[in-house]
Design a protein around this ligand. Structure first.
Ligand code: COA
Length: 355
């Protein structure tokens, strides 16, 4: 067996291809940098074409998402809103997804997430939710619903880039979960709820908030003590958040796209420079603690800086991440449902002998 299914091919997909040696990901044949001008809705059209409709364009997806956000807002219940005010954002989003009907369409589910994330931020601050504007794109409307005012174009562009480049990531734990659930022919709503649950762990979609905590803690350490500080953490067996990946060994093109978007924010650009110094210090520290091993940054360092720069508090990072990534979960669930067999592996028994 392969611990953690490393190297196991568990699905055939037309959705994306990763070449970690070349440092590139292609979503339906389109390289990550070329997704940026398509934006989130254009990327969703690519991903969903043939699965959630034919001949999809960014324009059709934008119209479908806008109408679905209006309907999702009308479905928010007073019960859920009260729960959202009282519970942490991860739990509030789990409850929001649990309320979605089994008959939900792909756009219903992305819209339910978008509207719930905006409403959770408002509920947490004790303010009324802001209704969606169906004419806006997802990034612009989420920022508007969250902050209660039209967003800055630089922030909209940055969040749109983030959603586009992070929408699909192969068989990550959450997308694989979506496929497992879809393979039993359970509903799409069930796939998305299950994917969200798998996503929330700090080793996966729960990483960006703790990554920003670590960046802040590292920034408070004097430059000449940084490497020793990291060595002490590694020697104590701590995981450095925002570092390490099962597939990528550095040069993640998604991080590069976000770095470019971040350069347009004044103060955030300075933190990008610090992140580069931290990456180098982590490289030197891991060489001292585990010679011959590398610990390159993953995409979460740039993601955390971007989400902070556009004004989300760190408790909201994972819910916001899910808005974009839900497009990938849905594509995987629909692809699995269209052609895959039920996923049902076997285990190796290592308990006491039978009888
Ligand atoms: N900090 C310190 N050590 C790390 C590490 C990290 N961030 N990531 C992996 N390692 C070490 C493990 O301790 C382990 O060491 P050992 O062999 O001496 O016991 C080794 O690398 C392999 O770890 P494993 O968890 O099996 O590797 P993986 O390929 O499954 O790890 C992650 C992938 C993402 C789970 C892991 O790198 C991690 O936990 N990173 C931090 C959380 C994070 O940023 N997640 C977001 C991912 S996009």
């Amino acid at each position: 067996m392969s611990e953690g299914l490393e190297g196991v091919v568990a699905a055939r997909t037309v959705l994306s291809h990763t070449d970690s040696a070349a440092g590139m990901v292609w979503v339906r044949g389109v390289a990550i940098p070329d997704l940026v001008p398509l934006g989130f809705e254009g990327t969703v059209a690519l991903l969903w074409n043939g699965f959630a409709g034919d001949g999809l364009t960014g324009g059709t997806i934008r119209a479908r998402f806008g109408a679905a956000r209006t309907a999702a807002f009308e479905r928010l219940t007073p019960w859920w809103f009260a729960a959202a005010a009282a519970r942490p954002p991860l739990e509030a989003l789990r409850l929001a997804l649990a309320e979605q009907p089994d008959a939900s369409t792909p756009e219903d589910l992305v819209a339910a997430l978008t509207v719930a994330v905006g409403a959770i931020r408002r509920a947490g601050g004790g303010t009324a939710p802001v209704p969606p504007d169906p004419d806006l794109g997802t990034a612009a409307d989420l920022l508007r619903m969250t902050h209660g005012a039209p967003a800055d174009p630089v922030a909209i562009q940055a969040l749109d880039t983030y959603f586009a480049v992070m929408a699909e990531s192969g068989l990550s734990g959450s997308s694989f979960t979506a496929r497992i659930i879809a393979s039993t022919h359970a509903s799409l709503a069930a796939s998305v709820l299950g994917a969200w649950c798998a996503f929330t762990g700090p080793r996966h979609g729960g990483a960006p908030g703790p990554t920003l905590d670590m960046l802040d803690a590292a920034a408070a350490v004097p430059d000449d003590a940084l490497e020793d500080w990291l060595v002490a953490k590694l020697a104590a067996g701590e995981r450095l958040m925002g570092f390490g990946h099962r597939v990528f060994r550095g040069n993640d093109p998604r991080a590069e796209a976000m770095r470019t978007a971040l350069q347009r924010f004044g103060p955030a650009a300075a933190r990008v420079a610090f992140a580069a110094r931290l990456e180098q210090a982590v490289g030197r520290a891991i060489a001292r603690v585990k010679p011959g091993r590398a610990l390159p940054p993953n995409v979460e360092v740039m993601a955390a800086l971007l989400l902070d720069a556009v004004g989300f508090p760190r408790a909201a990072f994972t819910p916001v991440f899910a808005v974009g990534r839900s497009a990938g979960w849905i594509a995987h669930a629909l692809e699995q449902r269209a052609g895959g067999r039920m996923i049902r592996p076997t285990s190796e028994y290592v308990g006491p002998p039978a009888g």
